[in-house]
Write a protein that binds this ligand. Structure first.
Ligand SMILES: C[S@@+](CC[C@H](N)C(=O)[O-])C[C@H]1O[C@@H](n2cnc3c(N)ncnc32)[C@H](O)[C@@H]1O
Length: 273
């Protein structure tokens, strides 16, 4: 396994590269799930909230509506490009949203600074997930709540299983040892090990359609580590070959409404004692 520092830098570079088009795809998968995570949590005006791995700020923007008047949301990400996207979006009008470039494993906040922490579809991207969870626990006030979203086993069916075997055939190796999808008990155990209490999870499968095989390919490409895996592990010719095989493989799944996929988001809520 590579040195953690080298790996962090590679992954950050991947997210920087893909930040220009992250989240542009249809269906707006992460936008839906961000809204749902926010709905599942309890909000009060005046709360101070930390969003970790904010990306283009989908969760942070929704939360900022929930904590007015008097509340603040601090949106953090280690990719500058993501924060730039957020800064240039509708969010520039939100006076209670602060942006900070920061690694989730090294949060630059004093202990017990936040009433709530959110982290959507980012945990498995962190080189050391336990370290990041311990940092979120440290930054949370006693009695504060945390809400995470991740992929549950099932990820996005049927495409995930098909693409996994094609990627394996091309010899692609994941950059990180972390699982991409989790059983609820796995996440719950990780959270309990990091000191969280009252941990509970919910899996809510939802069917959404991609317009075309190309769109699913682009969705993968918008995930930072995937673009780095391609760049490092395949020649440009093999990348092109993989893309063509991918499109060909998914073509038979096309229906008049597009390619239906069942997504399995896993929401986990917990508190700090
Ligand atoms: C799949 S995106 C999710 C973004 C957003 N939360 C959402 O729901 O759309 C993962 C995000 O985690 C960020 N990220 C990955 N590793 C990170 C780390 N170690 N520290 C901070 N941010 C990180 C990436 O830059 C990216 O914006």
């Amino acid at each position: 396994m590579e040195e953690k520092e080298t790996m962090r830098e590679k992954i950050r570079r991947g997210w920087e590269q893909t930040s220009a088009f992250y989240g542009n795809e249809c269906p707006q998968v992460f936008s839906r799930f961000a809204e749902r995570l926010v709905r599942l949590m309890d909000w009060k005006p005046g709360q101070v909230v930390l969003d970790v791995g904010t990306g283009t700020g989908l969760v942070a923007i929704h939360v900022s509506d929930e904590v007015v008047p008097g509340g603040w949301v601090v949106a953090t990400d280690f990719a500058w490009g993501m924060l730039q996207r957020l800064r240039r979006s509708e969010a520039k009008e939100i006076k209670t949203l602060l942006l900070a470039q920061m690694d989730a494993e090294f949060l630059a906040f004093a202990e017990a600074s936040f009433d709530c922490v959110t982290c959507a579809f980012s945990l498995f991207q962190f080189v050391d997930m336990s370290r990041a969870l311990s940092e979120m626990h440290r930054a949370l006030k006693a009695g504060g709540q945390i809400g995470l979203s991740n992929w549950a086993t099932g990820f996005f069916t049927p495409v995930a299983t098909m693409q996994r075997s094609l990627f394996r055939e091309f010899g692609l190796r994941p950059l990180l040892p972390n699982p991409i999808a989790f059983a609820p008990e796995q996440i719950e155990a990780l959270m309990e090990q990091s000191g969280f209490v009252s941990v509970r999870s919910l899996v809510e499968p939802v069917e959404l359609c991609f317009d075309s095989p190309q769109e699913i390919w682009e969705w993968n490409l918008a995930m930072g580590p995937f673009s780095i895996m391609l760049e490092q592990q395949l020649t440009p010719e093999r990348q092109e070959e993989l893309r063509n095989r991918y499109i060909e493989m998914l073509q038979p799944l096309m229906t008049p409404k597009g390619i239906p996929c069942t997504f399995y988001p896993l929401y986990t809520l917990a508190c700090k004692a």
